[in-house]
Design a protein around this ligand. Structure first.
Ligand SMILES: *Cc1c(COP(=O)(O)O)cnc(C)c1O
Length: 393
């Protein structure tokens, strides 16, 4: 049996995959087992920020692979310590870091820390969490409770209690939801899965004021929009509003599983040995690679490249004047193309044009290529996107 037949027979059918098998890649290009090449505007869902076949990543992996892969959190290790120090150094609000293995674990940790913070300082009863329409915070029971999509939640009820929802970018709705029973407000500064919706600056400013007023923590979920994706290292740095807790994951180790929660000293102060933990997180193999990612992406020249290519991509998408494109949103290389038709057939048609595309909701294309993409490659992507839209429309 070929890999597709094996998967169909032996994997739980929790995903629909296109009928080819990826086997290699270089830069922003992926290749299947038949030798077809795809220009990748997906990056494994905003993960492979440095693209494929990066020499420094490969060397780091070879060196780290010669050493023990795992010591556990029972012991110190140097790459983890260096990564924590580096993340704090480049993140103005943050004093300390706690590592996880995925995005959903980082939002779980953030919510647990917020509950413990409120319980420590304000006693029982301050346990509610406010999240927003269109949010995506992960698939585990707590994160899922803060992810208001019926399709994702309904089969698994009951979820974690104590989550309230307000409308994203609606200050009045947020003000109505945030009271003294709330321990934390969690949101994505730019929503990813929900359709690439940036927060309005005034909305973030209002949330910061409301959370101060009601002694609640502000959590930014930058699992998708963080680590250079928008042209700043963190997306919230475009807005001048600082959180108490920040969640990171997807691109932080360029494809190896990792999560990180960055916190202020005040938050860190309530967490003591044994309060929260996980077996694999912070291992030397993964954090060695994350150190390379953080060093490279935090370079001003790298971030300038993302700003420049992102602005170019957005402008050229607008200049296409395609009748099916009704709006282009987003920042840096996190772009949403609002279509006047369903996105799924466009994603399908892209494969035949050698283009990997991803939707975000029913009628939005989410363009989140490797951050190393060049203007020439963006030109190629636009030619292929135009051909794809022409075929579907
Ligand atoms: C993907 C994502 C998550 C969940 O990350 P996983 O690694 O899939 O658990 C959480 N928040 C946001 C904003 C995401 O995009």
């Amino acid at each position: 049996m070929n890999p597709i037949e094996l998967e169909q027979k032996y994997l739980v059918h929790a995903y629909n995959r296109p009928p080819f098998v990826l086997a290699d890649g270089q830069g922003v290009w992926l290749e299947d087992t038949e030798g077809n090449r795809y220009l990748d505007l997906v990056a494994g869902i905003a993960v492979s920020a440095l693209g494929y076949g990066d020499a420094e990543i490969a060397e780091t992996i070879c060196a780290a692979g010669q050493k023990p892969l795992h010591y556990s959190n029972l012991y110190h290790n140097e790459p983890m310590a260096r990564l924590a120090a580096r993340l704090v150094e480049i993140t103005p609000f943050a004093d300390r870091v706690h590592f996880q293995n995925s995005g959903t674990e980082s939002t779980e940790a953030a919510m647990k820390f917020a509950r413990k913070f409120a319980r420590t300082h304000f006693g029982e009863g301050k346990t509610n969490i406010v999240a927003f329409t269109g949010a995506f915070h992960g698939r585990t029971m707590g994160a899922l409770a803060a992810t208001p999509r019926e399709k994702y939640q309904k089969p698994y009820l009951p979820l974690m209690p104590g989550v309230r929802f307000a409308r994203y970018n609606d200050i009045e709705s947020a003000a109505a939801a945030i009271d003294d029973s709330v321990c934390a407000v969690i949101l994505e500064p730019i929503q990813g899965e929900g359709g690439i919706h940036p927060a309005a600056e005034a909305f973030l400013v209002a949330l910061r004021e409301l959370t101060h007023q009601h002694n609640a923590l502000l959590i930014f979920d930058e699992v998708q929009c963080g680590v250079g994706r928008t042209g700043a290292f963190w997306a919230h740095q475009h807005f001048g509003v600082l959180p108490d807790i920040l969640c990171s994951a997807k691109p932080l180790a360029n494809g190896l599983p990792i999560g990180a929660v960055l916190v202020t000293e005040r938050v860190a102060d309530v967490i003591h040995p044994g309060d929260h933990g996980t077996t694999f997180a912070g291992g030397p193999f993964v954090t060695s690679v994350a150190n390379v990612v953080v060093d490279r992406i935090s370079e001003p020249a790298f971030l300038a490249h993302v700003q420049e290519t992102g602005a170019y991509f957005q402008q050229r998408l607008q200049d296409l004047g395609n009748p099916h494109i009704t709006e282009v949103r987003g920042r840096g290389l996190m772009l949403g193309v609002q279509l006047d038709m369903p996105a799924a057939p466009v994603v399908q048609a892209g494969y035949k044009q050698g283009l990997l595309l991803l939707n975000a909701g029913a009628d939005v294309l989410r363009l989140v290529p490797p951050l190393i993409i060049s203007k020439d490659e963006i030109d190629t992507a636009l030619d292929r996107l135009a051909a794809t839209l022409a075929e579907v429309g």
